[in-house]
Design a protein around this ligand. Structure first.
Ligand SMILES: [Cu+2]
Length: 265
């Protein structure tokens, strides 16, 4: 539609543009901040993931600033001044080579770093101190310590606690008794599906003592939300005391320790 004689549509459009920008800026900022946040890494493997994430975010931020700056400059510098079309055939071969080669090199570099991180996160530790067999079932978790003959079974009221020694390599083997579940501890920055009829494994070393909350991350049915768990990293002495309490029957089947038993926080 043509603007009436003597008036311009540009101020109105600019006003709408600014108003839209003001409306969506907080949303965009929230999304960017949420994307930049992740739980603090609690395992040595998670620290590797966290470092890689930081590299990705930094590269993405630099690329975003360069692209947004260039686009803004192009919009302002070459905004429409008349109905005459600009030349459609001009090109700059070196510039085109440059902006093809640089993103390609960035992608290759990030891919190589990802492969390296993956090898470390998924790698096997030599002589893990403890082995835990993890079995997901509707609607809780079972943790077996085959070397010690100890078994922990969670219930809806008492989610299972996996007690492990801090600072030592732990080998986990995961499967499911019924449907697909997923073992997920946010602070470990790691998730592994528990698939019936199949056993997969991974190693981890928790760097700091403490309780780390986990949750089944695969929607496995109506009481999926009850499939919480706790990984409790304790000193080697406390771990040994906990194992002894389990064997003596003074600890609860969920892995929690009764007041009469000793050792575990
Ligand atoms: Cu589940």
């Amino acid at each position: 539609m043509r603007a009436p004689q003597g008036t311009s549509v540009r101020p109105a459009r600019a006003g709408r543009f600014v108003a839209t920008g003001r409306r969506y800026l907080p949303v965009a900022a929230t999304v960017l901040l949420a994307g930049a946040c992740m739980p603090a890494a609690a395992t040595e493997q998670a620290r590797r993931t966290s470092d890689l994430y930081a590299v990705f975010m930094t590269v993405a931020a630099v690329v975003a600033v360069i692209v947004w700056s260039l686009v803004t400059w192009a919009i302002v510098r070459y905004r429409k001044r008349s109905d005459e079309l600009p030349s459609q055939f001009d090109r700059h071969v070196r510039l085109e080579d440059f902006w093809t080669a640089v993103p390609l090199l960035i992608v290759i570099g990030l891919f190589a770093m990802t492969l390296s991180a993956l090898a470390q996160v998924d790698g096997r530790m030599t002589n893990p101190a403890v082995r835990v067999d993890v079995t997901g079932f509707r609607w809780q978790w079972q943790f077996d310590y085959p070397d010690a003959g100890v078994s922990v079974v969670g219930t809806a009221d008492q989610p299972a606690v996996m007690v492990i020694p801090v600072g030592q390599a732990v080998h986990l083997e995961i499967t499911s008794a019924d449907v697909v579940h997923s073992f997920y501890v946010p602070r470990f920055l790691f998730k592994r599906d528990a698939v019936p009829g199949r056993t997969t494994s991974f190693d981890l070393t928790v760097a700091e003592a403490g309780d780390y909350a986990g949750q089944c991350a695969e929607f496995c049915g109506v009481f999926h939300d009850r499939m919480t768990l706790v990984v409790r990293a304790v000193s080697t002495a406390d771990f040994d005391a906990w194992l002894a309490a389990q064997k003596a029957g003074t600890a609860l089947p969920s892995g929690r320790v009764t007041a009469s038993s000793t050792g575990t926080p």
